[in-house]
Design a protein. Structure first.
Length: 319
């Protein structure tokens, strides 16, 4: 076992992969992404505030919480993560995604913004990671068809080119975050220090907004509750689960599984906000759910032998 001073909590000869057999990796990704899907509802129920200021406060609080969780691993572990280029790339991508995605849904609307931003992510991630198989293309295509049907009501309202540009930026940022977070160059790092370093970078990128934006909303009851939920549930918990899943799920598969996010958001819109879905939207939700179940089955390790062959390192055996 290497010393904690270099930030490694295991032998370099032992890859950071899950040793349990079963669908745990895909389930972690699904639950983490499902928590992402609650962001819109939490934001709607919160106070009026600029999206940049909400993102900045969310990232700052999340970074502090993640630093506290990483403290038991020692300063050396955090320092080792801080020096990895992929950690910086993931942090900048996370900051970019927060701003561009919120701008997309407020400019282009929730349907168009979500469809472009989240829908294009599996394609970009698959291209970036060069891990596309016929089965992956089938499951991802089916999921995107379901997503388009799910959001068909909002698509009829027209398209803002500026909003689409923001959404494409969000998609590229999200794909970059997924690929950088699962990079082999950080496989020897423990998850908590790595996440703390990533979100510290993101918080630093958005820190000017803490000075330049009005933060009066934070002092209100609804504002404090909203940002606490966004930081704890949709950031610390959600990304801890999501990144844990990335140990055994390839980036392309993870991006497709993350399409559960708009599905959860739509269902919460019906149950909590009182929105109504058309028959086509409900069919789309069913198709999307079916595609996700197929992807879970595709992504699940098929035995200890496959684990030892390198499932967590996204080799050719991964779909």
């Amino acid at each position: 076992m290497s010393s904690p001073a270099d930030g490694r909590l295991q032998s370099p000869r032992e890859p950071a992969v899950e040793t349990t057999v079963g669908p745990s990796g895909p389930v972690y990704v699904l639950v983490g992404a499902a928590l992402f899907g609650t962001i819109g509802t939490a934001r709607v129920l919160g106070p009026s505030a600029s999206e940049v200021s909400v993102s900045a406060v969310r990232m700052a609080l999340a970074a502090l919480l993640l630093l506290a969780l990483a403290a038991p691993y020692g300063a050396g572990s955090l320092g080792a993560a801080w020096r990895r280029p992929s950690v910086w790339v993931a942090g900048v991508a996370q900051a970019s995604f927060n701003v561009t995605f919120l701008s997309a849904v407020t400019t282009a609307g929730v349907a168009v913004g979500t469809l472009v931003a989240i829908g294009c992510t599996p394609i970009l991630t698959g291209l970036a990671s060069r891990q596309m198989s016929r089965a992956w293309l089938t499951a991802t295509g089916l999921a995107l068809v379901g997503l388009a049907a799910l959001l068909s009501q909002g698509l009829a309202d027209g398209v803002s080119l500026t909003g689409v540009a923001f959404a494409l930026g969000a998609s590229a940022s999200y794909a970059t975050f997924i690929v950088a977070s699962s990079a082999k160059g950080t496989a020897d790092l423990d998850m908590q220090p790595k996440l703390a370093a990533i979100f510290l970078v993101a918080a630093l990128c958005l820190s000017p907004a803490l000075v330049l934006s009005s933060l009066g909303w934070v002092a209100t009851g609804s504002g404090a509750a909203m940002v606490a939920y966004l930081a704890v549930a949709t950031t610390v918990l959600a990304y801890s689960l999501f990144n844990r899943g990335l140990r055994t799920v390839s980036p392309g598969n993870a991006a497709t599984l993350a399409l559960v996010e708009p599905l959860v958001a739509a269902l919460l819109g019906v149950v909590v906000v009182g929105e109504r879905l058309s028959a086509v939207s409900w069919v789309g939700a069913g198709v999307l759910l079916g595609a996700l179940l197929v992807m879970v089955r595709m992504s699940a390790p098929r035995g200890a032998s496959r684990q030892s062959a390198g499932v967590g390192h996204n080799r050719k055996s991964d779909l």
